[in-house]
Design a protein around this ligand. Structure first.
Ligand code: DGJ
Length: 739
């Protein structure tokens, strides 16, 4: 079994990693080790050894050598001599802020239960085991349960904490992180995925240094700017070699990922709900459960880390109904029409799309209330009769009649001042009393912490699912929260708002996905503003970015792939000049980038030339022929667009059996007289012989991976250049040769 217990020592083992903790002499929990799997022993004297630092640190147990500041702690408290940032902080009614949790007991169970009310992992497998450590603070009468689930084959450990007030007094929980890890040294690079709207999840890699490095969000959403996925890698670690820890949080709201490097050169990693703008009143008997944090380790490089974490999400987080299911090739009307459409226009697009092999039509923003621009109608989820006089169900029936699936856009969490909903329920808008409301994209946020709002939205959305037999819902969210406050909460609980808002979102998602299990949800927040594991638990795919430019997408999808599998990434081909950058790229390149995700088209196909339509038809057929490989294959990053001048990027997918692979190499600008180039493939079987489509040679796998494939320079003739080879893509379709 993966969890070994002896003498108050707990050894969590996966196929390749060990995580070891123990009950320390003072009854608190100490950390011993996390990394490559090591043998189990009754004790690890060397892992408890540490320097004594003279008289400066505080000491406990009447023993000058027991200095909390120098100990690796499992879930550190505040104010008892460990001056690093703590994992939790509690205030008692007398204003004191000290608490001390001592170990009481442990419990082991097979499998993994889901958390109530929060998106969470699950497992019924016999080899998955969950350890719960029970701790107690006798003064405040609070119990703490630390939960660890070990998923041996993906080398993943999932952690969370829950606090229960067993006393008679109300306590305040001011900080409740999901996970703490104290590493014995800080010789790591901090890899974060940062950006902005239309420029999400660009890789930023910087060495840890003394002090605190942190990323987080206080926007009420995980955000475009920072993502909860974080990696700590040795400076020599690259895609194929070296040690790296991966971290993520199954949460979509305000978060914090922090690494603190202390005076002794150790690194404390804290992950969880951002303690800023957070507080939870724990009344007698009440429990607070943190979201789950995901931890993983490998010594085989960053591709391996992303693959094992991605496989873990697919098996233990994504709705099993959709995890392996082929995702439909869709056409979305947003960039094709924006708000300007009617039934004839939409059905014309759908009909042409059907002829090109597309499988689903998605009606985006503008179908409800009286919405002709972004200033009105959010909240009024009834058809805009002037545009669609026959209603949504009628349109859906027409689309279904073309043998296409039908999907619809919603932005449930928003309200416009110009809406019947606002006129009826102004109190449902998020706002602070006596303060001006701050608009964002001409709209306001609806109070998801109010159960009546959740019920209203459930009623509206479920009616449309049933009336129009929706196959898919795009759930958008186009602004972040300001003036956070809910009139449904008393003053003493206003700091609960941000988390209660997320619980309301999750409740709505949970009700809809449970009651309508066949509806595929795609999450979206102005593109990738809420691209996180919390959303992924309900919506197996997400709109990666509003930026559909092929060159920009290269970095966005490459950066996103560190933390998330490609099957989560919605990727569309749009028209040129591109609406976000004005860039004109070949339709082949746009498709060659979008293939490595859930392919869609987002243009007015009725305006495409015959040649463009022919290209789309070929692309859709090609994608469908290789869909499983594109969506579910092992994803390898080959050449990083974040390296050097960023002119080249490449990646590859390989089937589970290693028999099929597709690699793509993208070049931004075509330079004359360029350097000699080879593409080194990955993940093939060394002794297997392969063919590359369009090439007569037969290669061994080891040859393709170690000697690589020559990539010739693009030029059309010696007479002079007649067409641009900027923004090019080369696809290599690689298949094993039958023995
Ligand atoms: C932002 C989304 O990311 C777009 O795809 C589109 O749905 C618009 N919102 C609609 O308002």
């Amino acid at each position: 079994m993966p969890i070994l217990v002896q003498h108050h020592q707990f050894h969590l083992q996966t196929d390749h990693t060990s995580y070891i903790l123990q009950v320390m002499e003072n009854g608190e929990l100490g950390q011993l080790y996390y990394g490559r799997r090591i043998h189990d022993r009754t004790s690890y004297p060397d892992l408890t050894a540490r320097e004594e630092h003279g008289a400066i640190p505080a000491w406990r147990l009447n023993r000058p050598d027991f200095q909390p500041e120098t100990l690796k702690q499992e879930f550190a408290s505040l104010g008892k001599g460990d001056y690093r940032d703590p994992a939790f902080q509690i205030t008692s009614p007398d204003g004191s802020r000290i608490s001390e949790f001592h170990y009481v007991a442990y419990q082991l169970e097979t499998g993994k239960q889901r958390l109530a009310g929060l998106p969470s992992t699950f497992a019924t497998d016999d080899d998955v085991q969950t350890l719960t450590l029970m701790l107690n603070d006798t003064v405040s009468q609070l119990t703490l349960a630390l939960q660890y689930t070990v998923f041996p084959h993906q080398d993943v450990i999932v952690r969370s904490a829950s606090f229960t007030n067993t006393g008679q007094q109300t306590l305040m929980l001011n900080r409740a992180m999901s996970s703490q890890l104290d590493l014995p040294d800080a010789n790591y690079d901090f890899m974060q995925f940062s950006g902005s709207w239309a420029r999400e999840r660009h890789l930023v890699r910087s060495p840890l240094h003394s002090g605190t490095q942190r990323i987080g969000s206080l926007r009420g959403a995980s955000s475009h700017q920072q993502n909860p996925a974080m990696i700590l890698a040795r400076s020599t670690t690259d895609e194929d070699h070296g040690s790296a820890f991966g971290f993520n949080l199954i949460y979509s709201g305000n978060f914090l990922d922090q690494v603190e490097v202390d005076a002794f050169g150790t690194a404390r990693i804290l992950i969880g709900i951002n303690p800023e703008e957070f507080g939870w009143q724990l009344t007698p008997g009440e429990q607070f459960q943190t979201p789950e944090a995901v931890l993983s380790y490998t010594d085989a490089g960053l591709n391996q880390l992303s693959q094992q974490m991605g496989e873990f999400y697919q098996r233990h987080l994504v709705n099993p109904h959709f995890a392996q299911a082929p995702r439909p090739v869709l056409i979305n009307n947003w960039e094709g029409t924006y708000f300007n459409f009617d039934e004839a226009k939409l059905t014309a697009i759908a009909s042409d799309a059907k002829k090109l092999g597309i499988e689903m039509f998605v009606l985006d923003d503008g179908w409800f209330g009286h919405r002709d621009d972004d200033t009105t109608s959010l909240g009024d989820w009834d058809v805009y009769a002037q545009k669609l006089p026959n209603g949504i169900a009628h349109l859906a029936a027409k689309i279904h009649g073309m043998a296409l699936k039908f999907g619809l856009w919603f932005e449930p969490e928003m309200i416009s001042i110009d809406s019947d909903l606002y006129r009826a329920h102004p109190e449902w808008t998020v706002k602070t009393p006596h303060r001006e409301m701050t608009p964002g994209r001409n709209q306001f946020v609806i109070d998801m912490a109010n159960p009546a709002v959740v019920d209203y939205l459930y009623g509206k959305i479920s009616r449309l699912i049933e009336d129009a037999h929706l196959d898919y819902i795009k759930w958008d969210m186009n602004r972040n929260i300001t003036e956070a406050y809910s009139p449904t909460l008393p003053a003493s609980q206003q700091l609960e708002f941000a988390h209660r808002y997320m619980l309301g979102v999750y409740q709505l998602y949970g009700r809809l996905t449970t009651d309508y299990p066949d509806v595929l949800f795609e999450s979206c927040a102005s593109g990738g503003g809420r691209f996180d594991l919390g959303m992924m638990a309900y919506a197996p795919q997400a709109w990666t970015s509003d930026d559909t430019d092929a060159v920009e997408r290269l970095k966005i999808q490459f950066g996103t792939s560190y933390g998330y599998p490609q099957t989560m990434m919605g990727a569309h081909v749009s028209a040129v000049p591109n609406d976000q950058t004005g860039r004109i790229t070949p339709i082949e390149t746009r498709a060659a980038v979008a293939y490595f995700g859930d392919l869609g088209y987002e243009l007015d196909v009725t305006k495409c030339s015959t040649a463009e339509k022919a290209a789309i038809k070929t692309q859709v057929a090609f994608y469908k022929a290789h869909r499983e490989l594109f969506q579910q294959g092992k994803f390898y990053r080959l050449d990083s667009p974040f390296a050097g001048d960023g002119n080249v990027g490449s990646w590859q997918v390989v089937s589970a059996d290693g028999q099929h692979a597709i690699a793509a190499r993208y070049q931004v600008l075509n330079h004359p007289n360029p350097a000699y180039n080879r593409l080194y493939l990955r993940g093939l079987q060394a002794d297997q012989r392969y063919r590359i489509a369009g090439n007569d040679h037969v290669y061994y796998g080891d040859e393709l991976m170690n000697a690589g494939v020559f990539i010739p320079h693009l030029q059309d003739s010696t007479e002079g250049i007649e067409e641009s080879f900027d923004f090019s893509a080369r696809l290599l379709v690689i298949d094993a040769v039958e023995k």
